[in-house]
Ligand binder design. Structure first.
Ligand code: HEC
Length: 117
């Protein structure tokens, strides 16, 4: 049943990632520093409901000036750009992560991040 539903969704939107696989990507790549839970910051800010949020807006996390002043809104495009190459996308940013190069893993991760709400 689940597999059939996933197939239908992917047929309708060729580029939609898989939430479950995205959770695995998140666990491997991001969870050292980010929690999906609201209000829980680690080395990085909580990514609960990050899609649709303004960059650098959580009041209880100390962001870099670069992030606070980026003027970004987190959506699929800005997340793709930042997560692929954080240092190049945001000079002066403090996320010590080299970037996620695998395009499929990135789409799965985006599906997972979009599900956090
Ligand atoms: C080594 C720790 C570390 C890892 C690994 C890491 N991050 Fe971060 N992340 C941070 C820090 C620190 C910041 C704050 C950066 C700043 O203020 O410049 C941040 C900021 C962010 C933001 C901005 C959030 C906001 O509130 O504006 C997003 C989105 C994000 N990270 C996503 C990810 C994703 C997705 C991954 C995994 C692919 C990841 N990060 C991996 C430490 C990390």
């Amino acid at each position: 049943m689940m597999a059939a539903a996933t197939c239908l969704v992917q047929a309708a939107h060729a580029q939609v990632g898989d939430v479950k696989r995205g959770a695995d990507v998140f666990a491997a790549e991001c969870s050292e520093c980010h929690s999906p839970r609201a209000g829980k910051n680690k080395k990085g800010p909580s990514v609960y409901a990050v899609v649709g949020r303004k960059a650098g807006e959580l009041p209880d996390f100390k962001y870099s000036d670069a992030m606070r002043n980026s003027g970004w809104n987190w959506n699929a495009d800005t997340l793709r750009r930042y997560v692929t190459q954080p240092r190049r996308a945001l000079p002066g940013g403090t996320m010590k992560y080299d970037g996620l190069a695998d395009a499929n893993a990135l789409e799965d991760l985006l599906a997972y991040l979009s599900s956090l709400k």
